[in-house]
Design a protein around this ligand. Structure first.
Ligand code: NAD
Length: 478
């Protein structure tokens, strides 16, 4: 198997490329809309010409189905580029701000300025999308970039390197392959922005390293995203959406519903509907789920064993296997699994599951469900199913999450006009569309004095009675 974990660490080369990018970043800061669009179009053309290579590479890494590669690796990036090309001109223009009375005679404007050299560290679970998606934002903002793809998906990471080498010069965009040691060597450098996607544990390491240079960070992290099914919700509709959202990418999705909170009277019906949907989606010909080409595998043995131990721990502590339970270490197959009677002392409720195991917990009243969500770190997403507006508003106002979706799940990732990201433990900063552009931009506030020095001289020392009167008027009225 292709491996990148042993890629040797060449600090000298990293330093050289960083230095070259510093020089290019200065020039790129002034790059026009046409130049930035041209970079994005070249990127898009390469992707469109290599769709088959992308499908083959991601499938070689974890048997990801072709349709899922198209939907969740290629489409989000091409649509992000299209959206960016359509709006970049107005984003780059910045905006005028209104003038408050005490500032009369001045004009204020906010101009987005390219931050400079950026570092993009990507995870393995959407290995193409989560390395190239942030690059779209970096290029739009006028930044250069060094990308460190995941060592866990070597085929896709190699393809990303090929893409970058064919489309860019190394002083514009470069790729360094390898494991944590390569990330850490990169993190020693004074980047102008770091965009990290990965676990909260590594996010903390990244933020500490960034603090050394006071480099700004976007941290796209993970967490336990709950799905609350309100009493009276359409259980059939919720069941189908939960199954699709959970088992896409074999559950290895940062925004997958991590656990379900359903009213105790609805649990069995929801469960039955989910079983029917799993059968229809992944075993339509009754040949067994393992035979479907539409279900991915676990990325490596370490994650496979972690997931099996989560299932075993839960069952040892009293959880009931309501669906699934079959697995195969040779192919790293884990059947979609649903656990009932889950309690908070089980490991499945202590860590992000990040695999095809779905615990169901019940509640008697909504307050209980909200209290449970609030007892855990703030999640990346929260899903609410139900038509009761008051209940929906209660959940939205009494919980905190990076994003929230009503009557669906996971879909918000594809909405380019919504800020995507977490809050506290699930992330810092937002990605996608305009928000991604802003992440790589310094929003520079510019004030222009238009009426000479009159206004400021009123407040110059020596501070006499008139100055004091002006100040007390300012404080009183403005
Ligand atoms: N918010 C999002 O958009 C989003 C998207 C996908 C995944 N995720 C999260 O990512 C996690 C899974 O991905 P992962 O296992 O690749 O994450 P990870 O944190 O283990 O690794 C991410 C990247 O960091 C590097 N890395 C690992 N250890 C490091 C260290 N000690 N120092 C510096 N760099 C290091 C890896 O080489 C990899 O490139 C989950 O928590 C998931 O929720 C979040």
């Amino acid at each position: 198997m292709l491996s990148l974990s042993s890629t040797h660490l060449d600090r000298e080369e990293i330093n050289q490329v960083f230095k070259k990018q510093k020089a290019t970043a200065l020039a790129w800061r002034k790059s026009s809309h046409a130049e930035r669009s041209d970079r994005l179009k070249k990127l898009r053309t390469w992707i469109l010409n290599h769709k088959a290579d992308i499908r083959t590479a991601v499938a070689a890494d974890f048997k990801k189905p072709v349709a899922e590669v198209d939907l969740s690796e290629i489409f989000p990036v091409t649509s992000e580029i299209k959206h960016t090309l359509a709006h970049l001109k107005s984003w780059m223009k910045g905006k005028s701000v209104s003038t408050p009375l005490p500032m009369l005679g001045t004009q204020g404007r906010v101009i987005p300025e390219a931050k400079g050299v950026s570092l993009i560290i990507a995870p393995w679970n959407y290995p193409f999308n989560l390395a190239i998606g942030p690059l779209v934002s970096a290029l739009a903002a006028g930044c250069t970039a060094i990308i460190k793809p995941s060592e866990m998906t070597p085929h896709t990471s190699k393809l990303i390197e090929k893409l970058i080498q064919e489309v860019f010069k190394e002083d514009e965009v470069a790729v360094f392959q390898g494991d944590a040691s390569v990330s850490q060597a990169l993190l020693e450098l004074p980047f102008d922005h770091i965009f990290f996607t990965g676990s909260p544990q590594v996010g903390k390491i990244v933020m500490k390293a960034a603090a050394e240079h006071l480099t700004s960070v976007t941290l796209e992290l993970g967490g336990k995203s709950p799905a609350i099914i309100q009493k009276g919700a359409s259980l059939k509709d919720a069941a189908g959406k939960l199954v699709v959202g959970k088992y896409l990418n074999c559950g290895q999705t940062c925004v997958a519903p991590d656990y379900i909170l359903v009213h105790q009277e609805d649990r069995d019906t929801l469960l039955d509907e989910m079983k029917v949907f799993i059968q229809k989606a992944y075993d339509p010909d009754f040949k067994g789920i393992e035979a479907t080409p539409d279900y991915a595998r676990i990325v490596n043995d370490k994650h496979y064993e972690r997931l099996i131990s989560l299932m075993t721990d839960a069952q040892d502590k009293g959880a009931i296997l309501a669906f699934g339970g079959n697995y195969d270490p040779h192919t790293r197959y884990i059947e979609p699994c649903i656990l009932n009677d889950v309690t908070m002392d089980m490991k499945v409720m202590e860590e992000e599951i990040f695999g095809p195991i779905l615990p169901i917990m019940t509640y008697e009243n909504l307050d209980e469900a909200i209290a449970l969500v609030n007892s855990l770190p703030k999640p990346l997403a929260l899903y609410f199913f139900g038509e009761d507006g008051a209940a929906k508003n209660q959940v939205l106002s009494e919980t905190s999450s990076g994003n929230a979706v009503i009557n669906d799940c996971v879909l918000h990732f594809l909405h380019n006009d919504l800020p995507f990201g977490g809050v506290n433990n699930s992330g810092i900063g937002k990605a996608h569309g305009y928000y991604g552009f802003l992440a790589f931009s310094n929003e520079k506030g510019i004030l222009t004095q238009r009426v000479g020095t009159t206004s400021s001289t009123l407040l110059n020392p020596p501070y006499g009675t008139r100055t004091k009167q002006i100040l007390s008027t300012l404080i009183k009225w403005f």
